[in-house]
Design a protein around this ligand. Structure first.
Ligand SMILES: Nc1nc2c(ncn2[C@@H]2O[C@H](COP(=O)(O)OP(=O)(O)OP(=O)(O)O)[C@@H](O)[C@H]2O)c(=O)[nH]1
Ligand SMILES: [Mg+2]
Length: 466
């Protein structure tokens, strides 16, 4: 039974990003794909038959006035060996906003309707070519910003998460069969269920796999979603300079005037293979300037959302009350103390070290953004700090948040089942309810059990044409 989201009509979309490019691709999927192609494509060598999975050279022609629109290659792919498992046609045109729009218009007039975001992938899922976790992996693959994120997405796309989940589900199905036979034949000895055996199987064989996957989420999340790194400190210590250095571009305005950055700035970067959202903040100080004041408040808010705060001080100046006050704001969050401007002479490095020991700061790093001193060590330290809390090994299979929640739910139900099985006379009915609920949560991960809302939520994050 296909859900309501599945319709039999033929869909079409521009599959390449907007703007000018070498080629632009239009995708059509559904029963009408080939007949639409025949209406608007004039092959270079006249023909009426198109073989599957072959490229043909020719022209897109407006059937209303026979006017040639573009010179193209087209490919007809007969189901089921296609992305959607439906008949698919792809048109490789010259890429320009107007050309592609025009061709799509002809395709729509010829009988297709515009695809919704993610609808091609939705069909691949509804037609059973991929499961839901694999569909989500396609989105993760497209948005991967680092090699690790890419590999993680590929592992899921290739079915490694699905394999684990299917294993768990099958094991639980076996258990359910036993438990249900105990319900169906109550006159037989309760031993038919062998509670002790089931208890051990859930505890030793099933729960550890679930626990591992949940742990992998915690450890691997940073490689997929990235971390938030906030640069904090009083005005003029070099926060924006450091931001630019880590970004390797002149993004933030840098001047010798304290109070240059008046609001926070966010940019994406990669540090030691980790996707990082870098956040440069307004230097914290008491100020009467209303714009800067709001900036300072916003900076403080950013501290709470940070995975790590770089607390920056300027060693070309004496430690000040202001530095100390900001440190008080920062110290309850994960942070790293960074001493900047060690290139300036004379500097107050020794005085700073004494001061920091008074603040009970044990770990700090001396850098010069200007001379690029120790910035490589800083990057390594950032990586270590983040991964020491989450584990440095990249797990092979990292579920996403939705999948992790389903795993946690499954685990809850199995713990309930264990509690029942431990009793002197466990009730098979109760064990069955818990095991069934666990199975249903696992099925949600691969999308055997879903709701329309969930599917809409997942696929609406895809782009049109995917
Ligand atoms: N000598 C030296 N100067 C630096 C270094 N880092 C930054 N500066 C200079 O310090 C001044 C302030 O730098 P910014 O990056 O604007 O400092 P900020 O912390 O962003 O300042 P606000 O935005 O005002 O809070 C600029 O003139 C930078 O060129 C460094 O390592 N050595
Ligand atoms: Mg600044």
């Amino acid at each position: 039974m296909k859900p309501k989201l599945y319709t039999e009509d033929t869909i079409a979309a521009i599959a390449t990003p907007p703007g000018r490019g070498a080629i632009g691709v239009i995708k059509i999927s559904g029963d009408l794909a080939l007949s639409i192609l025949k209406k608007i494509f004039r092959p270079f060598k006249p023909r009426n038959k198109f073989e599957s999975h072959r490229l043909y050279y020719g022209f897109i022609v407006d059937p209303r006035d026979d006017k040639v629109i573009d010179e193209v290659l087209v490919c007809y792919m007969k189901k089921p060996k296609t992305y959607t498992r439906e008949d698919v046609v792809e048109i490789y045109a010259h890429s320009g906003y107007y050309i592609l729009k025009k061709i799509l218009e002809l395709v729509l007039i010829a009988g297709a309707r515009p695809a919704e975001p993610g609808e091609f992938t939705l069909r691949a899922y509804l037609n059973g070519r991929i499961d839901l976790s694999q569909a989500e992996a396609i989105q993760e693959l497209v948005s991967a910003k680092t090699e690790t994120a890419l590999n993680l997405a590929l592992n899921t796309l290739l079915g490694k998460l699905s394999e684990k989940v299917t294993f768990l589900k099958n094991e639980l199905m076996d258990i359910l069969v036993l438990v249900e036979s105990a319900i169906d034949f109550p006159e037989e000895d309760i031993e038919i269920m062998e509670p002790e055996k089931l208890f051990q199987k859930i505890k030793k064989k099933i729960l550890p796999v679930i626990d591992d996957l949940i742990k992998n989420y915690e450890e691997g999340r940073i490689y997929k979603e990235g971390i938030r790194l906030v640069i904090a400190g009083k005005p003029n210590v070099g926060k924006s300079s450091l931001m630019n250095a880590l970004l390797k571009e002149e993004r933030a305005i840098v001047t010798p005037v304290p109070g240059t950055t008046r609001d926070f700035l966010e940019e994406e970067a990669t540090i030691e293979g980790l996707p990082v959202k870098l956040i440069d903040t307004a230097g914290l100080r008491e100020t009467e300037d209303i714009v800067e004041k709001i900036g300072v408040e916003r900076a403080k808010k950013k501290f709470k959302e940070a995975d790590l705060i770089l607390f920056l001080v300027d060693v070309s100046a004496h430690p000040s009350e202001e530095d100390f006050r900001i440190y008080q704001e920062v110290k309850s969050f994960p942070h790293l103390v960074v001493l900047n401007k060690i290139d300036i002479h004379p500097n107050y490095l020794e005085e700073w070290k004494r001061e920091l020991s008074k603040w009970k700061v044990e770990e700090f790093l001396e850098i010069s953004v200007k001379e690029n001193t120790n910035l490589d060590i800083l990057c390594k330290k950032i990586f270590e700090k983040i991964t020491s809390e989450k584990g440095a090994e990249v797990p092979e299979i990292v579920p996403n948040l939705r999948q992790k929640i389903a795993l946690e739910n499954a685990r809850e139900y199995l713990l309930n089942a264990l509690k029942e099985l431990e009793k002197p006379n466990p009730l098979p009915e109760l064990v069955a309810i818990e095991v069934r609920s666990a199975i249903s949560n696992l099925s949600e991960i691969i999308g055997e059990v879903t709701t329309e809302d969930l599917l809409t939520q997942i696929f609406s994050t895809f782009c049109i044409g995917k």
